[in-house]
Design a protein around this ligand. Structure first.
Ligand SMILES: *[C@@H]1O[C@H](CO)[C@@H](O)[C@H](O)[C@H]1NC(C)=O
Ligand SMILES: *[C@@H]1O[C@H](CO)[C@@H](O)[C@H](O)[C@H]1NC(C)=O
Ligand SMILES: *[C@@H]1O[C@H](CO)[C@@H](O)[C@H](O)[C@H]1NC(C)=O
Ligand SMILES: *[C@@H]1O[C@H](CO)[C@@H](O)[C@H](O)[C@H]1NC(C)=O
Length: 291
């Protein structure tokens, strides 16, 4: 099938599932007149233009698959905040730019378990202190412009999304105060611009091994691994590679607005972290003192 999606489809009062994926539909989506839809699958077509505003009102929507089209425009994450049932959101392979400009407390719906944003332009994704839970399968793809990803203070489980390795621009990553259950993600070390990494208060475990021949974490300035279940001491060789941090050992004076900090202790629970916020923003004991 090709051409535009017929208008009458948008006016069906009790339609619950709109599945028109993998066709050659083109043109723009019209506004949905009713809010009965539970699932929209329009992936793999040639649809374009902005997402219709009426998507905000589809309060029954559980799955929204719009990947592999040519949708465009800036969408604030709050666009989806009324969709309290939404569990799967796939916006991959479009020209969508997801923003977080409103900085409202409730950003993405709590029910979200899958968030696919490959090739979407996402500068900053701030989802801290929401109630996102389960194994949040967030995928970012090659070319992702993501600079800052903050998931602090949710209830996310499972593995750390490996697609973060594609986010070469990533500077700030805070996955603290969740329930990630994984080994130390050494692979994050390939990110050339990563400056702040907090994995505190999760269920990360096992040894932290690093090969001293590889230059990992070239720009890391702040590292918080405390309150996990790593088995062995953090090897000092880790810090040989943390060039940006080694500068501190040499008591090179950091610019006033920059803090260098590494916190590594294991702890049984999270009582030390009053609210988690600002862990990196207050001046902290410097590396060396905390080890
Ligand atoms: C879509 O169109 C392309 C050419 O424009 C054609 O090769 C392809 O078979 C079409 N796909 C479908 C599902 O109709
Ligand atoms: C999202 O859509 C892309 C493209 O259709 C697909 O490859 C990917 O598996 C989907 N992601 C999820 C989490 O389903
Ligand atoms: C996608 O849309 C943009 C305009 O938003 C247009 O310039 C471009 O040609 C479209 N690409 C395809 C493959 O249709
Ligand atoms: C957490 O630690 C504090 C002090 O170290 C202790 O009083 C509290 O009982 C602990 N809570 C749990 C759930 O282990």
């Amino acid at each position: 099938m090709n051409g535009a999606i017929s208008s009458w489809i948008f006016s069906l009062p009790s339609l619950s599932c709109l599945g028109l994926g993998s066709n050659n539909f083109s043109g723009q989506l019209e506004d949905f007149k009713y809010n009965s839809l539970v699932e929209i699958s329009l992936s793999d077509n040639k649809l374009q233009g902005y997402l219709p505003k009426s998507i905000r009102n589809l309060v029954k929507l559980k799955r929204l698959h719009l990947s592999s089209n040519n949708f465009s425009g800036k969408i604030d994450v709050s666009f989806f905040s009324n969709l309290k049932q939404l569990s799967k959101l796939n916006l991959s392979y479009n020209s969508i730019s997801l923003t977080n400009a409103n900085k409202v407390k409730s950003t993405l719906p709590e029910s979200l378990t899958q968030l696919a944003l490959s090739t979407c332009e996402v500068d900053e994704l701030d989802m801290q202190h929401n109630s996102l839970s389960g194994d949040l399968q967030t995928t970012f793809g090659l070319g992702s412009g993501l600079k800052s990803f903050n998931l602090h203070g949710n209830n996310v489980e499972g593995k750390i999304p490996i697609s973060l390795a594609y986010c070469k621009q990533l500077e700030f990553l805070d996955l603290g105060n969740n329930h990630f259950n994984d080994a130390f993600p050494m692979w994050l070390g390939i990110l050339p611009n990563l400056r702040v990494l907090s994995l505190r208060s999760n269920k990360l475990h096992g040894p932290i091994r690093i090969s001293s021949s590889t230059k990992l974490f070239p720009k890391l300035r702040m590292l918080d691994l405390s309150c996990n279940a790593f088995t062995a001491e953090v090897p000092t060789s880790l810090f040989q590679n943390l060039k940006a941090m080694r500068r501190i050992d040499q008591t090179v004076k950091a610019p006033k607005d920059e803090y260098y900090y590494a916190r590594l202790s294991n702890c049984g629970n999270d009582s030390g972290d009053v609210d988690g916020q600002g862990v990196f923003l207050d001046e902290m004991p410097r590396i060396g003192k905390t080890m």
